[in-house]
Design a protein around this ligand. Structure first.
Ligand code: MG
Ligand code: MG
Length: 267
């Protein structure tokens, strides 16, 4: 039977996000786990390929292939017109770099952000990797940013607030003399890439949205060697540090549980 094309379009397009915090059912959390696993596996494969001489566009094609091979689709492709399957940001670029012809060089700091939609639910995760040998300062920046994410995840407990996560992230980064980006923040994630609440990478503790069991969040510290201010490049996507200093970014999608948060994008 021929379907009414209008009805078909309506059933194929996701419902528009109405705002507000969504609490995921156990079935929805299962789908979030599958999406998270696809993202984690894709990032693991990308890490193997991140060597001097490869272009960010080649990494983009690998990610697209690996996500689709696992039954997912790259969430970022076409999101508000974004052209890539992944974001690839180098050195002073913080987030939202567009993959292309740029050849990675020894000493570069590469941030790769991957989103995959599986059965209607999204996993969102990012890593920073040094290409070949990198400076001691770059190593310390990467390690600190990774640790700040772990500290943030540890603070993400049922009953705590988003400010507690941000405070934990900020303390870790500033203890090393680095700054955290304030103009871009973590976020709720689920059927939509960006849901409520916002999850800033700074305090104060005890403020912000209350965390509840079944909430799923993308926690994503962006940490700069220099100041926290950012600038947008002419491509209207790539966010760079205003002072040109190095930046690192790590991100996991987590679920709030009755105990420690469950990390959905870790394998
Ligand atoms: Mg992301
Ligand atoms: Mg995110």
């Amino acid at each position: 039977m021929k379907q009414n094309p209008k009805l078909q379009t309506a059933s194929n397009s996701p419902p528009a996000y109405q705002g507000g915090v969504t609490i995921k059912s156990s079935e929805e959390l299962e789908a979030m786990r599958r999406a998270g696993a696809v993202v984690a596996e894709t990032i693991a494969i990308l890490k193997e390929a991140m060597k001097p001489g490869i272009t960010t566009g080649q990494l983009d094609r690998i990610a697209n292939r690996e996500i689709r091979r696992r039954g997912g689709s790259p969430t970022f492709k076409g999101y508000r017109g974004f052209p890539g399957s992944i974001c690839a940001s180098v050195n002073e670029e913080i987030v939202h770099g567009i993959p292309g012809d740029r050849v990675l060089q020894e000493g570069d700091l590469l941030k790769v952000d991957v989103g995959a939609t599986v059965d209607g639910f999204i996993g969102d995760s990012a890593v920073t990797v040094g290409i070949g040998r990198i400076s001691e300062e770059a190593e310390r920046l990467i390690e600190t940013t990774r640790q700040s994410l772990e500290d943030g995840i540890r603070a993400a407990k049922d009953g705590a607030r988003t400010g507690d996560i941000g405070d934990a992230v900020e303390r870790c980064a500033t203890a090393q003399g680095f700054s955290v980006v304030r103009e871009y923040v973590g976020h709720g994630v689920g059927r939509f890439l960006h849901e409520d609440p916002q999850a800033p990478n700074y305090g104060p503790p005890g403020r912000g949205a209350r965390l509840r069991k079944g909430m799923t969040l993308a926690i994503e510290p962006m940490v700069n060697v220099g100041g926290w201010k950012t600038r947008l490049l002419a491509d209207q996507w790539t966010v760079v540090t205003a002072d040109g200093s190095l930046s690192a970014h790590f991100e996991h999608t987590i679920a709030i549980t009755g105990g420690d948060a469950e990390v959905l994008t870790r394998i």
